[in-house]
Design a protein. Structure first.
Length: 142
């Protein structure tokens, strides 16, 4: 597990460099990605559900990105896009394509559904965390 989290840290920094993130933010971006991946691994081990694990990890990464963006006076996308990278279901896409090429359509459909579920919950988590401050602000003013 430690090697996996360390790999997520390094890969997040690598993607941050590709996205032209400033050097002063690289370690923080790597930490956000590694922490999100750690939460994913812990939830997935506990509940054996990659969809639930992706959702909770994406909630954490998004919330951390908002907090860090305010604290460091930086756009949220600096931390969010980099931090989400370890959670993206690339292996699911690969398995979908590989089983399609093998003409195993039932397995390809299973992989595709799981991949789209994971992508959907990641997007949903980002939307939920993004909308909470707006909903809270409206309730305070009323």
């Amino acid at each position: 597990m430690i090697l996996s989290v360390l790999s997520a840290f390094i890969s997040t920094i690598g993607f941050s460099i590709v996205f032209h993130v400033q050097k002063k933010h690289l370690l923080i971006c790597g930490s956000v990605g590694a922490l999100g991946w750690l939460v994913y691994l812990l939830i997935n081990d506990r509940y054996n559900s990659s969809v639930l694990a992706s959702f909770i990890a994406a909630l954490l990464v998004t919330e951390l990105s908002y907090i860090l963006a305010k604290k460091r006076k930086t756009p949220i996308t600096v931390f969010l896009v980099s931090g989400i990278i370890p959670l993206v279901p690339g292996l699911g896409l690969y398995r979908t394509m590989a089983t399609l090429l093998e003409e195993n359509y039932a397995a390809a459909l299973d992989y595709a559904l799981l991949t789209f579920e994971i992508a959907g919950v990641i997007a949903g988590a980002i939307v939920i965390i993004s909308l909470l401050p707006l909903l809270w602000r409206k309730r305070k003013t009323n």
